[in-house]
Design a binder for this molecule. Sequence first.
Ligand SMILES: [Fe+2]
Ligand SMILES: [Fe+2]
Length: 274
Amino acid sequence: MSPPVIRQLLVDLSTPFALRWNGGDAFTSAFMNALSLSFPAGEQFFLDSVRDGLKQLPAEQQALFRDEVKGFVGQEATHRRLHALFNRHLLDQGMVNHWEQRSLQRIAVISQLDIRHALGATAATEHYTAVFAHWLLANPRFFEHAEPRLKTLWLWHASEESEHRCTAFDLYRALGGNEEWRLRWMRRVSWFFLTDLLRQTVNNLWHDGSLFKLSTWSSAWKHLFARGGLFRESFSLWRDYFKPGFHPSQHPDLLSQQWLQQHANAYAPVAQVA
Ligand SMILES: [Fe+2]
Ligand SMILES: [Fe+2]
C-alpha cells in the first residue's frame, strides 16, 4: 500500500458560515459540528501516538514505517488545523467545546502508559473514522444541500481517513500489541466516543435553540437509525473489528480513491512521500 499523500485543501475557511450549514438541518449540522469540535485534541493525540510509536520500533523496522508515518502525521496535522478554523466559527456563534476538555483529561492519563495503549486507542478511533468516512462517501445525499466548501472539507477529510486507516493499527501490531487489548480499547473508545458525541451534539442543539423541536429528532432518526442511516448501515463494518485476524485493509477504500481522483482541483499535494 502506498503511503498517505499530504494535501493542502484549496478551500476558504476564513469566511464565516451558518451554524446550520448542512442545508439548514439543525440535527445533522450539530452532529457534524460536535465531531469537528473533537478533532483538534483528538487528531493531535493520534499523530503523537503514531510518531512516538515509530520511535520505539527497532531501527530496521522504523525504516519500513517512516514514509507511512510521515504521511499520516501530515494528514492529521492538516485536518486538525483546518477544523480549528472551522471550530472558530462555531465558537463565535455561541457553541461551547465541552468534548475537548474531557478528551484532554483522558489523553493525559493514557500518555502515562506504555505507548501500545495510546496506539490501541488510536487504532480503535481510526476504525470509527474510517467506517464513518465510508458511509459519508457512499451517501452523497447527506451533504446534498450543504454549503459546498464545507462539503468539500468533510469529504476530503473522509477520503484521507480512509486512505490512512491502517497506519495506527499496523504500528500497534508491530510493537507487539495483542488482540485482547486491541478489543479492550475498542470497547473503551466506543463508550467514550459515542457518549461524548451524544453529549456534545445535545449541547450544540441546546445552544442552537433546536433541542426540543420534533424536526430535530426526526432528522436524527432518519440520518442515524432508519434504513440507510449511519448507525444502521455501518454496524456490520464496525463489528468486523472484533473478528479474529481483522485488518482495516479488509475494508475497501475505492470510494475514497474515486473522490480524490474526481476532486483533484480541490487540493494540491504538498508532499508526495517517496
Ligand atoms: Fe483526520
Ligand atoms: Fe485519522
